[in-house]
Ligand binder design. Structure first.
Ligand code: AMP
Ligand code: ZN
Ligand code: FE
Ligand code: FE
Length: 295
């Protein structure tokens, strides 16, 4: 039996509505799923309802973008030369979707997007890439608007052939129209997830793009001090070697593990259940959540 504890819906930058995911997941051979939209819990009630109708275990989740400079802020002697770049995402599991503090944070994060996205579009315009921010908002359906929506407009207008090419040429780190937004301190992300009753997990560590294994080790130690509960060891972007490395790290730091496909429907190539996460990972997380809720 398998679970997939990382996926996105139309509430953020996936292409399937939250109420459709449980059926798709069941068809993909899954027994448990987590919906983890970027910076919003808006899709959780609809997905939870559909999951109970379909008969699949459901974890209400979220994925928060945090400031990767938590790595760079480590002491130079402990971990010299850790870059302040890369992607730091924190997954929250078993959150209360209507927690007021989390809702406030979500609003703040959407505001950060509303500031950044037009900057990306104006950089594109300066580069001669003529797209309209209104087209991006329309495509996103007025919810959490992200770079994948901008990427899709670039494809539609014929400026690039694929979403991947849009990130390589324009939107990704180091590319011509890249603008940072993720300035939420990691401890605030972890605290907000805990406050909403959830477990906080470090998502896809490869995306941090840390130069050495020792750097990740220092970061994990630091995040654990801040309350981190676990690591996403299986992910679409992880090789078998990455997964083994992260499982070892989780073991040594006494952290939970999770995994998923990071399914985004047609906006990414990973399919549901690609990461083949054993159902026991879900059971361990549920056990930890239940124990915490009781204690
Ligand atoms: P944002 O939160 O708006 O900055 O967008 C981040 C999202 O863009 C990630 O969660 C991925 O879904 C997507 N993304 C990042 N890099 C790539 C890439 N190279 N190809 C496709 N999607 C990507
Ligand atoms: Zn995404
Ligand atoms: Fe992510
Ligand atoms: Fe994700």
């Amino acid at each position: 039996m398998f679970c997939d504890l990382h996926m996105h819906s139309t509430a953020s930058d996936g292409t399937d509505p939250p109420e459709s995911l449980p059926t798709l997941a069941k068809d993909a051979g899954l027994a448990a799923i987590a919906l983890t939209d970027h910076d919003t819990a808006a899709g959780l009630p609809a997905c939870a309802d559909a999951a109970s109708r379909v008969g699949i275990a459901f974890v209400p989740g979220i994925e928060l973008s945090a400031d990767p400079r938590v790595a760079a802020s480590l002491s130079e002697t402990d971990a010299p030369g850790i870059p302040a770049t890369g992607t730091l995402h924190i997954l929250g599991y078993f959150i209360r979707h209507d927690d007021p503090q989390l809702a406030k944070l979500e609003g703040w994060l959407r505001e950060a997007r509303a500031q950044r996205n037009p900057q990306i579009v104006s950089r594109l315009n300066q580069l001669g890439v003529k797209i309209d921010y209104d087209d991006v908002i329309e495509l996103a359906g007025g919810r959490v608007v992200g770079r994948p929506h901008i990427a899709q407009v670039l494809v539609r207008k014929g400026y690039v052939k694929s979403i991947h090419e849009a990130f390589v040429r324009y939107l990704g780190e180091g590319a011509a129209a890249h603008v940072r937004k993720d300035r939420l301190a990691a401890d605030r992300a972890i605290d907000a997830i805990h406050h909403a009753g959830g477990l906080a997990m470090l998502a896809h560590p490869v995306q941090l793009r840390l130069p050495r294994p020792a750097a990740l080790e220092h970061l994990v130690a630091r995040l654990k001090d801040l309350g981190l509960d676990g690591i996403e060891t299986r992910h679409c972007d992880h090789s078998a070697r990455d997964t083994a490395h992260f499982e070892d790290l989780a073991n040594r730091f006494d952290l939970l593990t999770t995994g998923g496909s990071d399914y985004h429907g047609s906006r990414k190539t990973c399919r549901l259940n690609d990461s083949r996460v054993p159902y026991s990972a879900y059971e361990a997380l549920l056990g930890a959540h239940t124990a915490r809720a009781a204690g």
